[in-house]
Write a protein that binds this ligand. Structure first.
Ligand code: PLP
Length: 400
């Protein structure tokens, strides 16, 4: 695979503030003056090169962050949004119209699942949910109305890995857009290089990394991004999931340390996963050799950012999961909270939280046990110490 270093691409960008500041100035305006009325008219007609018209369309701060994220994903262009869901819903509504069909992985973030399952049918857009690791099932689900093939690189919460190169081949054969949510694997996987047409992130997670902001991004071709911002027909422009400029500026600053954070998240997660496996626990982590797609992830990986910070641990029952999580929180080992990518470890029982939108029977079919705890492993300085303290909690709750 082509060598691509997303962190170098981010680092090579150079912006200055208007007084020579080392950070770009934050744009603090919702609207912009035009020196001539004609330029204003031209701008509204889509000839926006170099001109800002209104901050729902774009703003200097949002463009800086968008450019950095396009560099990170190796795409022509990008557009930041006010949330990951703002990115996902805008792309799907842009690419699919009434009567169209989506083939999606069945293990995806609960909000995305609920949007496809409950919301899109109101617009006559139907979705077939499939096991994304079964390429035959994926291809068989495609109909003459299918427009989009959708998946997460590393699925939430089961940590299944999508074979992006193979899915891209299927998408190309049937003239579909392959849309990939890469939230769990920034830097380590570059979906565009493997054939994805659109790459999405919830910036809320690893990319921002400080659990103080909600944000999203759509990375794709300039045609797609301009289409999304079109004043007459663009989902981002018309639905209005616009990121605030102040947030864009703060996320850009955090993005610059993403490479260091991802290495530490991955290193710590691998340490815990290996030790839990040795202890006989039922643990799923793409960095473990027994993970069904370990070799696939290894082949798709770029650089040294590792297998990510997420671990799925199955302690069988939701009662045991809750007992363990409450105890770990009490021992200051992390927080009983949804989301991921924070400096502290976050844990939640997915079946009753971030995947609760998925009906129980479907959870069972896809192998989502009620006792599954999703861990987002933090940046702990001394992971050995964390492991020992977690082990004591597991012993006290009878899990070990
Ligand atoms: N994609 C994934 C994989 C997620 O886990 C989430 C949120 O948990 C989202 C998208 C939605 O992002 P946001 O909460 O920023 O809207």
């Amino acid at each position: 695979m082509e060598k691509f270093d997303a962190a170098n691409n981010i680092q090579d960008l150079q912006y200055f503030g208007e007084f020579g500041g080392v950070n770009p100035s934050i744009s603090d305006s919702s609207t912009y003056t035009f020196l001539s009325a004609k330029t204003m008219g031209d701008t509204f007609e889509g000839n926006t090169e170099g001109c800002y018209l209104y901050s729902r369309h774009s703003s200097p701060s949002n463009l800086y962050l968008s450019e950095a994220l396009a560099k990170m994903e190796g795409t022509e262009n990008a557009n930041v949004t006010s949330s990951g869901m703002g990115a996902i819903t805008s792309v799907l509504l842009q690419l699919c119209k009434s009567g169209d069909h989506i083939v999606s992985s069945r293990t995806i973030y609960g909000g995305t699942y609920a949007f496809m399952k409950n919301f899109l049918p109101g617009f006559k857009i139907e979705t077939s949910f499939v096991d994304i690791t079964d390429l035959e099932k994926v291809e068989n689900a495609i109909t003459e109305h299918t427009k989009v093939l959708y998946c997460e690189t590393v699925s939430n919460p089961l940590l299944e890995i999508a074979d992006l190169a193979a899915l891209s081949k299927i998408a190309k054969k049937h003239n579909l857009q392959l849309v990939v949510d890469n939230t769990f694997s920034p830097l380590s996987i570059s979906p565009k290089l493997l054939g994805a047409d659109v790459t999405i992130h919830s910036l809320t997670k690893f990319i921002n990394g400080s659990s103080d902001a909600i944000g999203g991004v759509i990375c794709g071709t300039t045609d797609l991004i301009n289409g999304l911002k079109d004043v007459n027909s663009g989902a981002c422009m018309l639905l209005g999931p616009t990121m605030d400029s102040l947030r864009a500026a703060s996320i850009l600053k955090n993005l610059r340390t993403l490479h260091l954070r991802m290495k530490k998240h991955s290193e710590n997660a691998l340490y815990l996963a290996e030790h839990w496996e040795k202890d006989g626990l039922k643990v799923k982590y793409p960095g473990l050799k027994n993970h069904p797609q370990h070799a696939l992830f290894t082949n798709m990986m770029q650089g040294e950012y590792g297998y990510g910070g997420l671990i799925a641990l199955d302690v069988k029952t939701v009662e045991k999961a809750n007992e363990l999580m409450e105890m770990m929180q009490h021992e200051n080992l992390g927080y009983l909270a949804v989301s991921l990518g924070f400096y502290k470890t976050l844990f939640s029982a997915s079946g009753t939280s971030t995947s609760s939108e998925i009906p129980e029977a479907e959870q069972k079919e896809m192998g989502l046990s009620p006792g599954l705890i999703r861990f987002s492993i933090g940046l702990d300085h001394d992971i050995e110490r964390t492991y020992e303290k977690m082990k004591a909690c597991m012993q006290k709750t009878g899990i070990l």
